[in-house]
Ligand binder design. Structure first.
Ligand code: 7RM
Length: 656
C-alpha cells in the first residue's frame, strides 16, 4: 500500500533533525526562527506579505491595497504594477548574475544546452516580439503544448512579458483534451513543437494540434508556432503555422516588459475535480510572483551556488512554480530534463545529478517507488555527493519510500522537504523548512509562514489531536487561485461552500483529508472527493466516466481508484453495456484506447469490469464506496442499507 495507512502513521515515531551544517547556512536556521516567523505572519498577515513584497520583488509602481478580501474573492497588491518576466530576468542583468546559468537543459537523445540570464532574456525578448508581430495582445490567452525543452520556458516568459496569459497543456494529453482547453480559454495562438521525446519514442505534438484545430472548431486560434525538435516532418498549414526558428531569428531583442496590474491574469491551468470538465484555475501576477518566490527561497533554501532540479513537466503547476517562475525570480540555476525514468535507462536521473552536480532535487513519490524497484545499484554507481536537499510532491509519501530516499539518494545527510500543495494554491502550503523543522517520514510537517491551515469537521470546527478531518485554510494567501476561468460560481461552490461559511468566515477546502498529531504535525490522508491520483497526476472519476460513456457500446460507467504500490492509485472502471454489445477482451482494449483518445494515456484504465448493473442508492447515486471495496478486493464495509438492489452487489462480488 502506498497511501499511508492510519496504522503505519501512528507507529511512525522516527524524527530527523535538520543537520547542523545545513541549518547554519540556511535562511531559516531553527525551529524557534520558524515559529517566530509563523507567529508574526499569523498576527498580521497583510503586514507580513507587504514587507516581503517590498523587499523581494521589483515593482514599477506600488500597490494601494495589500489585500482586498471580498470572500471568496481576493485581490493582492491591487494597484501595483509588476511584470514577472522582469522579476525573473531583467533585474538579474544589472548584477553579477547576468552571466550565471539560468537554465541548464538536458535533452533526451543526449543533447544539452545552457542559457545564462543574459541569453535567456534575449531569447524571451525576441520571442515576445514574434508574438506581438503575429498580433498576440495583452489579455489574450495563448496555448502552450510542448515537450520539455527550453522553448517551453521561453514561451511562458514571453507571454508574461507582453501580458498575454498562457495555458500550458501537458504534452501527454490527447488532441481532444487540448481542444477542450483551447476552446474554454478562447486561445488566440498555440505554441508547440513538431514532436517531443517520451520514453524512447516520439510524441507527435504538432499532429495532435492539427487534430485539435481541425474543422475550424477552435476559431479563435489564428496562429500556430512550431519548434523544430524531432524533425520527423509535419504538415504546415499556410497562413496559420510558422516555424519558431524562422521568426525568432528575424525578431528584435528589444522588448521592454509590459507593466501589468498585480491582479492581471498570468495564466490559466486546467485541473481535474470531482464534477464536470477540468476547471481552468486562474492565477494572477503579483501575488503568484511573491508566493512562488518566497516558497522557493525558504523551502528549497535556494543559494547562488545551487544547481536546482525539479523533475516535473512544465505542463503541471509544479513545473510552472518550481521549474520556471520561483527559481528564476530568485536568480537560481534551474535544470530542465526532457527524459523520464524508464526501464531502458534506470540510471538516467542519477546520471543527470552527477553530470551537473545537482544540489537540490525535487521529485514525486511515484518516481521514488519506481527507482526502489529498479534497484539501488543504479544510484549507488553514481556520485550523488553534490546533493544537499531533497524534496517530494504530488501525493502522500509512504514512510518506506521516504527512508529509501533519505538513505540511498540523500546519503543520510540531506533533509527532505515533503511539500503539500495544489494547482489551486499556486505554491507550497504545508512543508518543512529544511534548516528549521525536524521531519517525520510521511508527514508534510507544518504550514508555511502566513498559511493558516487547519483540520476541521463539516461545521468548520477544528477536530482533536489525531482525529481525521478536512484540510482547510483559514486566511487568504498571495498565491491562491483567484477563480475558475469564466465561472466564479463554480469557484465558490467547489472550494468555499463544502464547509458552509459561518459569520462570513470562509474556509478554503482543499479536497484532502488530514490529521494532526500530538506535536502538531500534519499528516495528509489523500483526497476525500472523487479525484484519483495516478502517479501524482490528478484525474476526476467523472471525466473518465464521461469518456467511457461516449463510446457507443457503453450504457453506464463508474470509475474508482484502487491502491497500487507504484502509482499510488490505479483506475478501475465498472461498465454496463448497451443491449447488443458483447463483454469481451477486444472491447476491453477498445474502451481503454477510447479513454486514451478522449483524455490521454495518463487516464488509461488499468482494469475494466463489465456488469449488468451498478450499485446505486434509491435516489440513483452510484455507491462508489462499495465499488472501491470491490476493486481492491476488500470486503464491502460500512453501511449498505441505502442500496436499492442488494443482488447487484452479490453479482458484482461473484464476478470479481
Ligand atoms: C502540486 C500538485 C494536488 C493534490 C492534493 C493532494 C496531492 C500533492 C502532496 C499531496 C500528500 C503531498 N498539485 N498532494 N502533494 N498529498 N502529500 N506532499 O500535486 O493539483 O496536481 O494535485 O495532490 O491530494 O490535493 S495537483
Amino acid at each position: 500500500m502506498s497511501q499511508p495507512t492510519i496504522e503505519s502513521i501512528l507507529h511512525e515515531g522516527r524524527v530527523f533533525n535538520p543537520p547542523a551544517a545545513f541549518s547554519q547556512q540556511a535562511y531559516i536556521k531553527s525551529l524557534e526562527e520558524y515559529q517566530q516567523l509563523f507567529d508574526r505572519a499569523k498576527a498580521n498577515p497583510t503586514k507580513f506579505w507587504e514587507d516581503l513584497a517590498t523587499k523581494e520583488l521589483h515593482w514599477f509602481e506600488k500597490w494601494h491595497t495589500v489585500l482586498d478580501w471580498q470572500p471568496p474573492f481576493a485581490k493582492w497588491f491591487d494597484g501595483g504594477k509588476i511584470n514577472i518576466s522582469y522579476n525573473c530576468l531583467d533585474r538579474h542583468l544589472t548584477t553579477w548574475r547576468k552571466n550565471k546559468a539560468a537554465l541548464i537543459w538536458e535533452g533526451e537523445p543526449g543533447d544539452s544546452r545552457t542559457l545564462t540570464y543574459a541569453q535567456l532574456h534575449r531569447e524571451v525578448c525576441q520571442f515576445a516580439n514574434v508574438l506581438k508581430h503575429l498580433g498576440v495582445q495583452k489579455g489574450d490567452v495563448v496555448g502552450i503544448y510542448m515537450p520539455m525543452i527550453p522553448e517551453a520556458a521561453i514561451a511562458m516568459l514571453a507571454c508574461a512579458r507582453i501580458g498575454a496569459a498562457h495555458t500550458v497543456v501537458f504534452g501527454g494529453f490527447s488532441a481532444e483534451a487540448l481542444r477542450d482547453r483551447l476552446i474554454d480559454g478562447k486561445a488566440t495562438a498555440v505554441i508547440t513543437a513538431d514532436g517531443g521525446w517520451r520514453k524512447d519514442a516520439i510524441v507527435p505534438l504538432k499532429d495532435q494540434v492539427d487534430k485539435a484545430l481541425a474543422d475550424g472548431v477552435v476559431p479563435t486560434v489564428k496562429n500556430v508556432l512550431v519548434v523544430e525538435r524531432t524533425k520527423q516532418g509535419v504538415h504546415m498549414e499556410s497562413g496559420r503555422d510558422h516555424w519558431w526558428h524562422e521568426l525568432q531569428k528575424q525578431a528584435s531583442a528589444d522588448c521592454p516588459a509590459e507593466p501589468m496590474n498585480s491582479e492581471d491574469l498570468l495564466f490559466v491551468l486546467y485541473t481535474s475535480g470531482s464534477t464536470g470538465k477540468p476547471k481552468g484555475v486562474v492565477h494572477t501576477t503579483g501575488g503568484y510572483n511573491l508566493y512562488t518566490h518566497m516558497t522557493t527561497k525558504w523551502v528549497f533554501d535556494i543559494q547562488d551556488t545551487d544547481v536546482y532540479w525539479c523533475t516535473a513537466d512544465v505542463g503541471w503547476i509544479t513545473g510552472h512554480s518550481y521549474i520556471v517562475y520561483g527559481p528564476l525570480s530568485n536568480g537560481a540555476t534551474t535544470l530542465m530534463y526532457e527524459g523520464a525514468p524508464r526501464a531502458s535507462n534506470p540510471g538516467c536521473f542519477w546520471d543527470v545529478i552527477e553530470k551537473y552536480g545537482v544540489t537540490v532535487f525535487y521529485t514525486a513519490p511515484t518516481a521514488i517507488r519506481a527507482f526502489i524497484k529498479m534497484g539501488e545499484e543504479h544510484p549507488n554507481a553514481r556520485d550523488l555527493s553534490s546533493l544537499r536537499l531533497l524534496g517530494t510532491v504530488g501525493e502522500p509519501i509512504n514512510p518506506e519510500a521516504w527512508m529509501w530516499y533519505h538513505r540511498v539518494i540523500g546519503g543520510e545527510r540531506c533533509p527532505i522537504v515533503d511539500t503539500w500543495w495544489q494547482t489551486e494554491t499556486g505554491g507550497h502550503m504545508i512543508t518543512s523548512l529544511p534548516g528549521a523543522v525536524p521531519t517525520k517520514p510521511g508527514s508534510a510537517t507544518f504550514p508555511f509562514p502566513g498559511i493558516l491551515a487547519d483540520v476541521v469537521d463539516l461545521d468548520g470546527n477544528s477536530v482533536g489531536t489525531n482525529e481525521g478531518g478536512y484540510l482547510v485554510v483559514r486566511h487568504p494567501w498571495p498565491g491562491m487561485m483567484r477563480t475558475v476561468f469564466g465561472d466564479d460560481d463554480r469557484f465558490r461552490r467547489t472550494y468555499w461552500e463544502h464547509i458552509a461559511p459561518v459569520d462570513g468566515q470562509y474556509l478554503y477546502f482543499a479536497g484532502d483529508g488530514a490529521r494532526r498529531d500530538e506535536d502538531g504535525y500534519f499528516w495528509i490522508m489523500g483526497r476525500v472527493d472523487d479525484v484519483i491520483n495516478v502517479s501524482g497526476h490528478r484525474l476526476g472519476t467523472m471525466e473518465i466516466e464521461s469518456a467511457l460513456v461516449s463510446h457507443p457500446a457503453v450504457a453506464e460507467a463508474a470509475v474508482v481508484g484502487k491502491p497500487d504500490e507504484l502509482k499510488g492509485e490505479e483506475i478501475v472502471a465498472f461498465v454496463t453495456l448497451e443491449g447488443t454489445a458483447a463483454p469481451n477482451d477486444d472491447l476491453v482494449k477498445a474502451l481503454k484506447q477510447h479513454v486514451v483518445g478522449e483524455i490521454g494515456a495518463l487516464a488509461r484504465p488499468a482494469e475494466i469490469r463489465f456488469s449488468d448493473a451498478l450499485p446505486k442508492t434509491r435516489s440513483g447515486k452510484i455507491m462508489r464506496r462499495l465499488l472501491r471495496n470491490l476493486a481492491s478486493g476488500q470486503e464491502v464495509s460500512g453501511d449498505t442499507s441505502t442500496l436499492e438492489d442488494r443482488s447487484v452487489l452479490d453479482k458484482l462480488r461473484e464476478g470479481s
